[in-house]
Ligand binder design. Structure first.
Ligand SMILES: Nc1ncnc2c1ncn2[C@@H]1O[C@H](COP(=O)(O)OP(=O)(O)O)[C@@H](O)[C@H]1O
Ligand SMILES: [Mg+2]
Length: 135
């Protein structure tokens, strides 16, 4: 997971949106942490479940969001939070229903739990930006 996150991060640029799906404990936060590390974020990246959004600075601004608490919420979604996604790399856990509010192009990574230590990643994408991505 760590290696994948670092490799992915090396390919990311300002404006990119990454959606992370998968059940609780799948490793979405772990993956977001390694993406942040790959983006050279120096401060500790902690789960944004309770605050929904955390902002960091690495080689680019890095937004780490968790939309879990918005799934059943009367608040419309992430578009009300004024995220500066155009000038950042953005990772949203549980974000698939909100992706369209943030960007018309995005990479979606769905994590399945195989066993205690093993995970399977399914990568899909929307938009031209991701067509040439080679991981
Ligand atoms: N290969 C792996 N990749 C990611 N996490 C793993 C892996 N194997 C075990 N884990 C454990 O699974 C948990 C994933 O937690 P977390 O990243 O918070 O999940 P989520 O954000 O999807 O709820 C962590 O406790 C981590 O140590
Ligand atoms: Mg999480």
């Amino acid at each position: 997971m760590q290696q994948f996150g670092l490799k992915l991060a090396a390919n990311l640029q300002i404006g990119d949106l990454i959606i992370l799906e998968g059940p609780l404990g799948a490793g979405k936060t772990r993956l977001a942490q390694s993406i942040g590390k790959g983006l050279l974020v120096k401060s500790e990246i902690t789960s944004p479940t309770f605050v929904i959004v955390k902002n960091y600075q690495g080689r680019t601004p890095f937004i780490h969001a968790d939309a879990y608490r918005l799934l059943d919420s009367p608040i419309g979604g992430l578009q009300d939070l004024d995220l500066d996604t155009e000038n950042s790399v953005t990772v949203v856990e549980w974000g698939k229903n909100f992706a369209n509010q943030l960007n018309d192009q995005y990479l979606q990574i769905t994590i399945s739990i195989i066993d205690e230590f093993k995970r399977e990643l399914k990568v899909s994408s929307v938009g031209e930006r991701w067509k040439s991505l080679n991981l």
